[in-house]
Design a protein. Sequence first.
Length: 487
Amino acid sequence: PPVDTFDYIVFGATGDLTMRKLLPALYYRYRDGQVPDDSRIIGTARSPLSREEYQARAEKALKTFVKPDDLNDDTARRFLDLVHYVSLNGAEADSTWPALKSLLADAPADRIRVYYLATAPGLYGQICENLSTQGLVTPQSRVVLEKPIGTDLTSADAINDGVGKHFPENHIFRIDHYLGKETVQNLIALRFANPVFERLWSSDAIEYIQITAAETVGVEGRGPYYDKSGALRDMIQNHLLQVLCLVAMDPPGSLEADSLRNEKLKVLHALRPIAPEDVATYTVRGQYTRGKEGDKTLPSYLEDLGQDATSNTETYVAIRAEIHSWRWGTVPFYLRSGKRMAEKCSEIVIQFKAAPWSIFPTRPEANRLVIRIQPDEGVTLSVSTKDPTPTDSLSLRRADINIAFEKAFSTRYPDAYERLLLDVVRGDPVLFIRRDEVEAAWRWADPILKGWSENKAPLESYPAGSWGPAAANALLARSGHRWHEDM
Ligand code: BG6
């Protein structure tokens, strides 16, 4: 069903995220009849563009990022009619605000307003302050904050305080697009609708867990941001810890936002701290060097950054995390993420314990549950079955029980943003991050960053197009474990 009519006001509307994700996501929701025709999407940025010029950019974005089969000319034209543009420097209390004010005043005062901040996070507080002094924060207004929320606990607190002065916590939507991914939400279904899994979901049956988000791309023109950030801040502190929370949390009492978020927070609080002195034992950081993909040479990170660049920024991280709780004991949770790796793949691997004894000529392999977040969303459970080859004894062969969701349900899997953008309009915060979660995540990440900045763990290298530094294999081998691609 359609949501209530809304005005979506995007700050940073000429940026990559708006073009690549936000506009295409709103287009799909419009196409499927969920966006009422009198809603508006108001882009704002500093560039002095006319409405027509901005609509032309939006059109180009749709042509680039929406699948051609899904793009209907007539629907696209009607969608572009919803798009407006106001040239505005949101961080400055200057004379450009009246244009936005009068545009917003054209709509009924009780219309839902979403202020989507896709600018540098350091500006969030200032933009909210300006919205408030301009009288633009109505009871029906919400604000969406893109990650990263700060670069450490102190800066995150400053941002949250700045925004919190003008919006109540239940109107602040901190987005983590991994929570909008279908298979990430499916984790909740899989775990809490199928006792067959949940009964085994603890250190009793599980040997270790891996959570991987590997990308083949490099820094893609985002060098200036990425080089200050690095993989821990860009991927682990937010996306991977959120996935970890859903994998590890206890059953929530209900699907209410706070019920779920309280359980996630308990996981974050139970994460064993990794002190700066321990980073060499529990973490591996790496940066890609030149590599090969077939005949093609892939540039190094420094080459991607540009001329004569020097940098100690990590483009790869692997961490052995533990969640100190009755359920998990010392089960390792191996987290890793990297740029320019061998494959684009985000997945969760649950490695079960092996059978305690074997009556077969060969030892059965331990069961493994792989939950694929992307691409090819699905779930695979590996089992040992009888090898059908006739022999004189009963030998075993590994086989997979496999569900590929897109095929199984013959349906398009929506992009994460499609769900999340309309959840904000609906006022449903369940897939957004509460302030205390952000803080707990930084509290765990900060000492690791400190240890690295004091060079307590070497910056390893790995060739572009590979699975990461050799030290990451050693991190697991110590406990007799292996990364999924080596199994
Ligand atoms: C973003 C990071 O949050 O997530 C990017 O800033 C990264 O560096 C992206 O490429 C990965 O998202 P996805 O959905 O492609 O796994």
